[in-house]
Design a binder for this molecule. Structure first.
Ligand code: 0PR
Length: 365
């Protein structure tokens, strides 16, 4: 550290230089994040110093967290579900694994995870000492249901399905997983970190939430399609009692036990996440999602006109193509199988899609 502090003006000049090195979202087509909605930014600023790790000191912020959980639980068709605000999909997935492991104390636990599962499940397996059994995917990048039965055994503590996969934007056959989970008495976690705030607003209903009786927990991230500030995730559980298996004593806090993974937790992004859902309502969210899906379809159609075939028709706003070059100035990503991947987030609006398609067509000129 400096011996003597830096004058504010110099400090902020330095900070703004660093900030200018960051890319603007305008040309970023590879991210599941997006600039926060203006009401999210405003709410975030109001709650900067709040800490949900000691909720008795911030009862108002804690009430907002409960409201956020209630809104998301109702959206997942189980208003009485338990839940708490996490730092994102990674924490939610790790915590779901922890709960699943506690439910079935076996010596050599395993979890059955689709090959499309987010890498956070590798972290969860590593931390918790749970063997991962990988389910291959079918031709449309969904979990191959036929393969699951052979992988499940008496030591399987968790079954994972993804609703809106990170790479291809498809929804696994969660209804099938739900039947299997009930039949074999296995904890079923649905990773809807991305799709949880997309699927409920689609015209076509895809079963993935607590309406399926075998679903025990769901990850859903307001900092992705919920246009919140970062970090804002949520873990929902069918039975609020599940959390009691994670309790540790916290004798000198305002609550005597906690089940969260993080200790100190931001209230600001929780207020932001709640603010967006409340401000937009179902109607406003539907309009945002409808726009993203339309832009995604237009992108796919435009790319195919240029000769770049889609890898799959996605269920949510993630487009993938057989295409191995991108015009300068654009950030796209590549899936493990080598497809170009573009997430049609709210900032990837129609003008952005047309500009990208224009630059793609210039590549051949
Ligand atoms: N589950 C799914 C289905 C996800 O897609 C992700 C993240 C996670 C869990 C983990 O969520 P957190 O990152 O909130 O812990 N998917 C994105 C990805 O890996 C995250 C991301 C976002 C990456 C923005 C890059 C980026 O610029 O692609």
């Amino acid at each position: 550290m400096r011996e003597v502090g830096c004058p504010e003006k110099i400090l902020f000049t330095f900070l703004s230089l660093k900030r200018q090195e960051d890319l603007g979202y305008q040309n970023i087509l590879s991210s599941m994040c997006t600039p926060p909605h203006p009401v999210a930014a405003r709410a975030h600023a109001m709650f900067l110093e709040t800490n949900l790790g000691d909720p008795g000191l911030f009862p108002g912020t804690a009430a907002l967290e409960r409201l956020l959980v209630q809104r998301l639980a109702a959206l997942m068709h189980l208003p009485e579900a338990g839940g708490y605000a996490t730092s994102g999909g990674t924490e939610s997935n790790i915590q779901a694994f922890r709960i699943a492991k506690k439910q079935k104390p076996v010596k050599f636990p395993n979890a059955v995870v689709p090959a499309s599962g987010h890498f956070s499940f590798q972290k969860a397996s590593d931390i918790l000492g749970v063997e991962t059994r990988t389910v291959p995917l079918d031709a449309e990048f969904r979990m191959d249901t036929e393969a699951i039965d052979d992988l499940v055994d008496k030591n399987t503590v968790a079954l994972i399905g993804v609703a809106g996969t990170t790479e291809y934007g498809v929804v696994d056959p969660i209804a099938h997983l739900s039947d299997l989970a009930l039949d074999r008495e296995i904890f079923l976690h649905v990773d809807a970190a991305f799709g949880g705030l997309v699927i409920p607003f689609l015209d076509r209903q895809i079963p993935f939430d607590f309406r399926l009786p075998g679903v025990d927990s769901i990850s859903i991230d307001p900092h992705k399609m919920g246009m919140s500030t970062i970090p804002a995730g949520c873990l929902l559980v069918r039975d609020p009692e599940y959390f009691s298996s994670l309790y540790v004593d916290t004798p000198y806090l305002t609550v005597k036990q906690e089940y969260t993974l993080a200790g100190t937790r931001p209230g600001a992004s929780v207020a932001a996440a709640f603010a967006v859902l409340e401000y937009l309502g179902m109607d406003g969210m539907r309009a945002v999602i409808t726009g993203c899906m339309e832009n995604c379809r237009r992108l796919i159609e435009g790319m195919e006109t240029l000769g770049y075939e889609r890898a799959v028709t996605p269920d949510v706003n993630v487009a993938t193509f057989s295409c191995d070059r991108a015009p300068a100035g654009w950030r796209v990503s590549k899936t493990r199988a080598g497809h170009m991947r573009i997430i049609c987030m709210p900032h990837v609006n129609r003008d952005v899609v047309e500009a990208f398609l224009g630059d793609m067509s210039d590549l051949d000129a």
